[in-house]
Design a protein around this ligand. Structure first.
Ligand code: NAD
Length: 482
């Protein structure tokens, strides 16, 4: 019998009013039942928002370093449970073990980082042009933060919202994605065990249309930080903006790697393969287009196909390189795009199917897939697939590559592989992306620098991570004292 897991509201682990649960299963083995989670409704979400609102003043008035010591203790608790959390993450989301361990370490580091930041929060003094005036900016928390997260980084993304929100003195209501709610529940346990006061963070599982939309609209919620698909993000924005809430959106991508005529081909193949097939292509920053100079095109495709063949697919818990897709419906969606790519006239170079063999029988596995002869206007070159599928597009020169790279609705991460300084400088200034990589893969972020996208990938107004991650959760006042 699998366990049933509760919501965490006002410092207590409680069941939903609905009396209903939903089940969660291992995507590498659908016979493996992880547990039952609360199928909460709007009333549960409203109770959580009320608890966060009641805890708001006391937490905001708690000295920053005191808040920081709870975040540091949380980091230590996470560190003590690192192996368990890694296993939980692999089991519910399907990542390879090394990728999951890296994600758990990232969550630990995020809590340590924002724990330190609590000493710097507060504002600055400035020189006034009048000798009688003391000029200051002071910062205050926004109030109650609504945090809505996706399944694909189920501990790192909650951490990079919860840690800065609490560090800055906000209380929060948090809804994880239903496909991977367990590792973030354990993160909440670590906060609880660190001595977080009741109501400061509340965790509610259930459908986005009930729990998420209540967090986006509830009168007690002052700011909504959302990460997920562009379609849902835009809907969240419309709901929250109606009430003039502050909104932060991190959404989809169609991230390119441009391979210049001057590129080192070994580097280019490695960068493209790692960006496209790492985490099964289920990253917002995953490489889904390789835009390759026509003189290198054929050799690049041949070598990429060889590189894809080296990837060992299988359950992350058994040590394989590439795990499954998170659910059957995500797998079906990827298979539909592969079918569409064929229909659109692209050439399927490798992959395109589900691997065969005993270890794949009960999981949602798909092969690393490469399409060549892709036209930039094809749907497989325009839409986010969110699986290990790479579209390789020829370009006649650097200007052509740049135009293709920018010719999509998204603008999250973009990479160029080049040995030409003029090209890399132009790429930095002309590419429409919030994260720009030179001779590095599109995936992989450092926690102390801002992260966010342009165009349909992000709300652009507020960045996450680093100092910028605190801006969304603080309001500044300018004070003139004569
Ligand atoms: P999703 O948009 O389906 O769901 C995201 C969250 O929103 C979930 O918790 C979901 O339950 C909730 N939700 C659903 N309907 C809602 C509603 N009506 N109101 C409020 N909340 C609602 O996304 P997903 O499938 O979980 O994640 C994959 C997507 O996330 C991809 O598009 C990926 O690119 C994107 N993503 C972006 C970033 C980034 O930082 N830019 C990072 C990771 C993932």
């Amino acid at each position: 019998m699998a366990d049933e897991y509760a919501n965490y509201i006002d410092g207590e682990w409680v069941e939903s009013e609905t009396g209903e649960t939903f089940e969660n299963r291992n995507p590498a083995n659908s016979d493996d039942l992880i547990g039952y989670f609360q199928q909460s409704n709007s009333e549960d979400a409203a109770r959580a928002a009320a608890a966060a609102s009641a805890a708001e003043t006391e937490w905001a008035e708690t000295p920053g370093p005191e808040r920081g010591s709870i975040l540091s203790e949380t980091a230590r608790n996470l560190d003590d449970r690192k192996d368990e959390l890694t296993e939980t993450l692999v089991r519910e989301e399907g990542k390879a073990r090394g990728e999951a361990a890296g994600e758990v370490q990232r969550a630990i580091d995020i809590f340590s980082y924002y724990a330190e930041k609590t000493r710097d929060i507060g504002g600055v003094n400035k020189q006034s042009s009048s000798r009688h005036t003391n000029l200051q900016t002071v910062t205050e928390p926004v109030g109650v933060a609504g945090l809505i997260t996706p399944w694909n980084y189920p501990i790192a993304i909650p951490a990079w919202k919860i840690a800065p929100a609490l560090a800055a003195g906000n209380t929060a209501v948090f809804k994880p994605a239903s496909m991977a709610p367990n590792v973030s529940r354990k993160l909440v346990e670590c906060l609880d065990e660190a001595g977080l006061p009741a109501g400061v963070l509340n965790y509610v599982t259930g459908p986005g249309s009930e729990v998420g939309s209540t967090f986006a609209t509830h009168e007690a919620v002052d700011a909504v930080s959302f990460t997920g698909s562009t379609q849902v993000g835009n809907h969240v924005y419309d709901m929250a903006a109606e009430d003039q809430k502050r909104v932060q959106l991190e959404m989809g991508g169609k991230n390119p790697v441009v391979v210049s005529k001057s590129a080192d081909l070994d580097d280019a193949v490695e960068i493209a393969a790692n960006g496209a097939f790492g985490v099964t292509g289920q990253a917002c920053t995953a490489t889904s287009r390789a835009i390759v100079h026509e003189e290198l095109y054929d050799e690049f495709v041949d070598r990429l196909v060889e590189r894809a063949a080296e990837i060992e697919i299988g359950p992350g818990l058994d040590g394989f390189d590439m795990g499954p897709q998170v659910t059957e419906s995500e797998l079906e969606s990827t298979m539909e795009y592969i079918e569409l790519g064929r229909d659109e006239g692209a050439t399927l170079e490798t992959g395109g199917g589900q691997p065969e063999g005993d270890r794949f029988d009960d999981g949602f596995f798909v092969e690393p897939t490469v399409f060549s002869d892709v036209d930039p206007d094809m749907q497989i070159a325009q839409e986010e697939i969110f699986g290990p599928v790479l579209a390789v597009i020829p370009a006649s020169d650097f200007d052509d590559a740049l135009e293709i790279a920018n010719g999509v609705q998204y603008g999250l991460s973009a990479s160029i592989v080049t040995n030409d300084l003029t090209e890399s400088n132009r790429f930095v200034s002309e590419i429409e992306a919030g994260v720009v990589k030179i001779n590095e893969k599109t995936t992989g972020l450092e926690l102390h620098v801002p992260f966010g996208g342009m165009k349909a990938s992000s709300s652009e107004t507020f960045r996450e991570q680093g100092d910028a991650g605190l801006d969304f959760f603080t309001i500044s006042k300018t004070v003139y004292t004569n």
